[in-house]
Structures are given as structure tokens and as C-alpha cells.
Design a protein around this ligand. Structure first.
Ligand code: NDP
Length: 255
């Protein structure tokens, strides 16, 4: 169980071009995995992730696909299988957030969020599972959110669709873990506030209130989430499946 555990394994990290996904790509490359870096619009960011992976002496390829589209997702897996081999390690990280109060929230916004965060998670896992079961090895980590466990306290109402999509991912993880065991493990990670482009538009006031409400009195770093994802993919968590692990500095996890 040394830190080169993933030599010979292929990892797909969706939304690997930026933020949390980029840190996960770097972490898995450091453990020897061949890394498929997915993005949807930001090719130059994906290329920067690839440069960082190369800096870890890692092998990677870049794949453009909208995870909300089942055909694009399936075609991406076809390409990865040709270039890098069957996906052994899947991190469903691609996600979007839209802030809207209960007046401005529309069904279109609801669908947009669900299409990427929930349908997208389904498309990825469904395309990956058969190869994993056939090969007798598979590890999946689905990125949820602490807002999938507790409603947003800082700006009540504004993230109803987002929080609901992330709750559903937690339920999906539980069900898939039962369905795909014993050789395939499925877990989740529910981050609290992590400094990325997703959170950069949040006001200073909201940021301060959130830090005040966080027992560890700070926001999180992408590398901290990547470390937990790595643990859940690795043999160090060999008796763990169906669980979603919160990493939030204590926010939302204490009464
Ligand atoms: P960012 O906004 O920084 O990055 C989002 C990533 O997802 C980008 O790589 C983007 O690609 C990709 N993406 C978005 N939509 C699609 C799509 N339809 N198909 C493929 N890729 C897509 O987000 P974070 O790094 O902050 O978030 C990563 C995950 O962590 C998300 O699931 C998010 O919900 C979750 N999370 C984040 C928290 C935070 O505080 N940051 C807290 C809790 C959970 P491109 O570069 O091409 O746009």
C-alpha cells in the first residue's frame, strides 16, 4: 500500500481542468495513475492541469465532454479506453452551482443544475460500471457537498437546487455501493467551502460569516479534498463503501 498504488491504473476525473478536480488529478498522478482530464469549455485550464500532472511525472490525456450529455460521456469513455485503458478509478467531480432565491428560481435553473450534477453523475457511473465489474476492480468517488446534508445557513433559499442535487448524489452513492459490490467500491466526498472559481463571487460578508460558523475558522484547500478522495480510492479504505465523507472544517456537521 505505498503511494505508487495506482501504477497501471487509469483514472478519470471529470471537471479536472480547474479547482478541486485539478488537485485530484495531481494527487492521483503522484500515485502512478494514468489520468484522463475532462473539461467542457475551458481547454487552456485543462492544458494547465496536464502541465501540472507532467510536473508530477504523470501521464495524462485531455478529453472534452459535457457530462450532462450521455452520448458525449460515453464517447469520452470510448476514447479513454483506446488511449489509456479501461477506467479503474472514477471521480465524478464536474459540477455547477447557481444561486437564485425562491422567487427567481425557475424550472430551467433546476434542470440545468440537475442535468450536470445529478444526471451527469449517473451517466459517468453507468458508463464506467460494466468495465469495472468485468475486470473485477473499480473504485468510484462522487463529489457531493456538505449542502447535500444540511441546507445553506449563510444565504438561506439561494442554493435549493444545488443542495438537492448533492443530496441525491449521496443517495446514489449508497445504492450503487450495494449494487456493484463486492469488487467495486463507491463512496462520496462532501466538501465544505473550498476556495475555487465556484466560490469566488461570494461576498466578503458571506465569507466572513461562513468562517465564523466553521469550527476550524477557515475555508478549505483543494489539496485537502484531493487527499480524502485519494484515500477513498486507495486500499487504505478497503472496508469502506457507500459512505459520503464530509470535509468542511466542521461546518454543518456539529449540532
Ligand atoms: P469549479 O467551478 O472551480 O470547476 C468546475 C469544473 O467542472 C471545471 O473543470 C468545469 O470544466 C467542470 N464542468 C462543469 N460543468 C461540466 C460539464 N457539464 N461537463 C464536464 N465538466 C464540467 O468547481 P470546484 O472545483 O469548486 O467544484 C468541483 C466539485 O466540487 C463540484 O461538483 C462542486 O459542486 C463540488 N463542491 C465544491 C465546493 C466549493 O466550495 N468549491 C463545495 C462543495 C462541493 P471547465 O473548466 O471546462 O468549465
Amino acid at each position: 500500500m505505498d503511494d505508487k498504488e495506482f501504477i497501471g491504473r487509469t483514472a478519470l476525473v471529470t471537471g479536472g481542468s480547474r479547482g478541486i478536480g485539478r488537485a485530484i488529478c495531481q494527487r492521483l498522478a503522484r500515485s502512478g495513475a494514468r489520468v484522463a482530464i475532462n473539461y467542457v469549455t475551458n481547454k487552456s485550464a485543462a492544458e494547465e492541469t496536464q502541465r501540472l500532472v507532467a510536473g508530477e511525472n504523470g501521464v495524462s490525456e485531455i478529453y472534452c465532454a459535457d457530462v450532462g450529455d450521455p452520448k458525449q460521456t460515453s464517447d469520452m469513455f470510448d476514447s479513454i479506453e483506446t488511449d489509456l485503458g479501461t477506467v479503474d478509478l472514477l471521480v465524478t467531480n464536474a459540477g455547477i452551482a447557481r444561486s437564485a432565491d425562491s422567487v427567481s428560481m425557475s424550472f430551467e435553473i433546476w434542470r440545468e443544475i440537475m442535468r450536470t450534477n445529478l444526471d451527469g453523475t449517473f451517466h459517468q457511473v453507468w458508463r464506467a460500471k460494466d468495465g469495472m465489474i468485468e475486470h473485477g476492480y473499480g473504485r468510484i468517488v462522487c463529489i457531493s457537498s456538505v449542502l447535500g446534508l444540511v441546507p445553506n445557513q449563510i444565504s438561506p433559499e439561494r442554493l435549493i437546487a444545488y443542495g438537492t442535487s448533492k443530496s441525491a448524489v449521496i443517495g446514489f452513492v449508497r445504492n450503487c455501493a450495494v449494487a456493484f459490490g463486492p469488487r467495486v467500491r463507491v463512496n462520496g466526498v462532501a466538501p465544505g467551502w473550498i476556495d475555487t472559481e465556484m466560490t469566488e463571487d461570494v461576498s466578503e460578508d458571506a465569507r466572513r460569516r461562513l468562517i465564523d460558523a466553521t469550527p476550524l475558522k477557515r475555508v478549505g484547500k483543494t489539496a485537502e479534498i484531493a487527499e480524502l478522495v485519494h484515500f477513498l480510492l486507495s486500499d487504505k479504505s478497503s472496508f469502506t463503501t457507500g459512505q459520503t465523507h464530509v470535509s468542511s472544517g466542521g461546518l454543518g456537521t456539529l449540532p
